[in-house]
Ligand binder design. Structure first.
Ligand SMILES: Cc1ncc(COP(=O)(O)O)c(C=O)c1O
Length: 267
């Protein structure tokens, strides 16, 4: 008889991974199928990255790394935030994990308490709501409309916030809609967040470089809320490195420290 926990029974399997598996099976049977399930770039990992990995293997980089990531890597991520996003972080604000999905899971578990609400604008990437469930939080789904380019307005955000709200999950550029929030739109959302000091922003920026609209803007650029923003990013999409499993978070150092404690017991 199965004796699974209520926690795992409450969880839906990843719909995108199931669709991907189905696509693979059909392909193996010779069916001409176009697989639009998982976010898999249509190019391969650039050569300089592949060469660096080969060098790392021959250079004997085979042992346990520091839990939060090698200091050089954390420093390189800090430099990336300055160069590409004009954001100032210290290495203690940054942690590397096994993909952005893992970074996100760490943050959910370390930030969300049982019964606390997480605002998720819809349509959304399927894992958000399931990860909120793992953290025993409550999903507050806010529908957005095609006429609004599937973006949540400041008014919608204001209306969704309650005394139990702990976080807003913001994905820009968005999977699945492709919409990209402008600086002005983010400023309006930030002004609402600023009024509610218990609310954090988990900004999933993994599609930063897959952007068909214009420049990527981060909600962490607004000083009044920066210390309540957690950025999730990684190399999967921009550099076609989905199988390498490298993601990272940037946020307040107390949260990075907690995520390090969790990761140290998990990986
Ligand atoms: C919106 C979104 N966030 C995060 C991820 C996870 O990326 P990673 O491969 O770094 O775990 C994906 C992957 O499909 C995604 O679509």
């Amino acid at each position: 008889m199965e004796q699974l926990s209520a926690r795992i029974n409450s969880l839906d399997p990843s719909a995108t991974i199931a669709m991907n598996q189905k696509g693979r099976e059909l392909k193996e049977k010779g069916v001409d199928v176009i697989n639009l399930s998982v976010g898999e770039p249509d190019f391969i990992t650039p050569e300089h990255i592949r060469e660096a990995a080969k060098k790392a293997i021959d250079g004997n980089w085979h042992h346990y790394a520091p839990v939060e990531g090698y200091p050089d890597l954390r420093k390189a991520i800090v430099e990336k935030f300055k160069r590409e996003n004009n954001l100032d972080y210290k290495p203690s604000n940054v942690m590397v994990s096994v993909g952005a999905k893992h970074s996100l899971a760490n943050v959910m578990i370390c930030l969300i308490d049982k019964g606390q609400e997480v605002i998720v604008p819809a349509p959304y990437w399927v894992s958000y709501a399931e990860q909120v469930k793992i953290a025993e939080g409550v999903n507050v789904i806010v529908d957005t409309a095609v006429e609004d380019e599937f973006k949540m307005s400041a008014q919608q955000l204001e209306e969704a916030i309650t005394p139990k709200t702990k976080a807003l999950l913001l994905c820009s550029p968005s999977n699945p809609t492709g919409s990209v929030y402008t600086r002005e739109e983010l400023a309006e959302l930030a002004a609402v967040i600023a009024k509610h000091p218990q609310v954090y922003v988990i900004a999933d920026e993994i599609y930063e470089h897959i952007n068909f609209v214009g420049g990527h803007e981060s909600i962490a650029q607004f000083d009044e809320i920066k210390d309540r923003c957690v950025i999730i990013n990684g190399v999967s999409k921009a550099y076609a490195m989905t199988g390498w499993r490298i993601g990272y978070m940037a946020g307040p150092d107390w949260l990075v420290k907690a995520c390090g404690k969790l990761q140290g017991q998990m990986t």
